[in-house]
Design a binder for this molecule. Structure first.
Ligand code: ITT
Length: 198
């Protein structure tokens, strides 16, 4: 059975495809469905946005759809950038500008006040209008300079204390196991298995 990834972020497509591989779906990207309109992410929460993305794609494709809405919550910044993580430094995804803005805002802030977490809500929507959601988080600390080339987005700045490495330095398989996205998907696995059986 086909499962359409309701995302235009290549980093998410890569990670979600790896994590979903064992489940036996034919996982396809939005490239297969060019007619799906641009989705405005105007929700107040990750869950609102994830549900909107999955439901829109399921409705337009007539296929099962899986969306991911995620972001970084920095405690010193009162939870920002949160749902605005993708466009923290302005419209138009620019990971480098986002990272520079974050480092500047935390300039001089000591390590013990640099706590943060990634949060991810995964939404699974069926063409007949059912929607299921699952949430995952991963705790970390914002570094003072980028470390590592792996992953995407804020990964080079997100240190996981248990490993002494940033998401940008960790092996992809390790990131996938402990990340906000990995944890949300682990919870969604049963839902997906059930939907595949029909
Ligand atoms: P779609 O809506 O098309 O899925 P998007 O990138 O706009 O793509 P979001 O609105 O959910 O998706 O924004 C998530 C942003 O949060 C993403 O662009 C990154 O900046 C950041 N982010 C989320 N998960 C991340 C991860 O695992 N590593 C690094 N940054 C991440």
């Amino acid at each position: 059975m086909e499962l359409v990834l309701a995302t235009r972020n290549p980093g998410k497509v890569r990670e979600l495809s790896q994590m979903l591989a064992p489940l036996g779906y034919e996982v396809v990207s939005l490239d297969r469905y060019p007619g799906v309109p641009e989705i405005v992410e105007d929700g107040a929460t990750f869950k609102d946005n994830a549900v909107k993305k999955a439901a829109t794609v399921a409705r337009h494709t007539g296929r099962l759809a899986l969306a991911d809405d995620s972001g970084l919550e920095v405690d010193y910044l009162g939870g920002a950038p949160g749902v605005y993580s993708a466009r923290f430094a302005g419209e138009g995804h620019n990971d480098r500008a986002n990272n520079e803005k974050l480092l500047n805002l935390l300039s001089g802030v000591p390590a013990e006040k640099r706590s943060a977490r990634f949060r991810c809500v995964v939404a699974v929507a069926t063409p007949d209008g059912r929607v299921f959601t699952a949430e995952g988080t991963c705790e970390g600390v914002i570094t003072t300079e980028p470390r590592g080339e792996g992953g995407f987005g804020y990964d080079p700045l997100f240190l996981v204390p248990e490993y002494g490495k940033t998401f940008g330095e960790l092996e992809p398989a390790v990131k996938n196991r402990i990340s906000h996205r990995g944890r949300a998907l682990a919870l969604a696995r049963e839902i997906l298995a059930g939907l595949r059986e029909g």
